[in-house]
Design a protein around this ligand. Structure first.
Ligand SMILES: [Zn+2]
Length: 133
């Protein structure tokens, strides 16, 4: 397998590559926009970085664990498409479509409108709605 820091494009789809996109955030860097945080969380799902997903989840809605490693069938993430990104003060909304496949199943779309909140300069995932589409 390819070394993680040379992944190009980034798992989130950015042509700049992992080392210039989601990688620094996974190492503790600050996401300057909610969209950047959202993209880094998508990449964390791809890379099974449960620690990062929990660390960027707001404590008020954060689950105790995600058990990503135990998920069966394991999802294969196929791509991310950010549709909309709106920030208003310390609140933000990011709408996106992620494509994934479970095991050998058919590719499916996950359409989510995520809410984010900023505290002490850091964005956190709050929750998501899943519109029918
Ligand atoms: Zn990225």
């Amino acid at each position: 397998m390819q070394a993680i820091d040379t992944l190009t494009p980034c798992p989130c789809g950015n042509d700049a590559g992992y080392a210039r996109c989601c990688g620094p955030l996974h190492e503790g860097g600050v996401a300057h926009t909610a969209e950047a945080l959202m993209r880094s969380r998508y990449s964390a799902y791809v890379l099974k970085r449960e620690d990062y997903l929990l660390a960027t989840w707001h404590p008020s809605t954060r689950p105790a664990s995600l058990k990503l490693a135990a998920q069966q069938p394991a999802p294969t993430w196929l791509g991310l498409d950010v549709k909309r990104h709106e920030e208003a003060g310390v609140h933000a909304t990011v709408e996106f479509i992620a494509r994934l496949r479970y095991g050998g199943g058919k590719a499916q779309r996950m359409h989510e409108i995520s809410r984010f909140v900023q505290e002490q300069g850091r964005w956190y995932y709050l929750d998501g709605q899943f519109p029918q589409s």
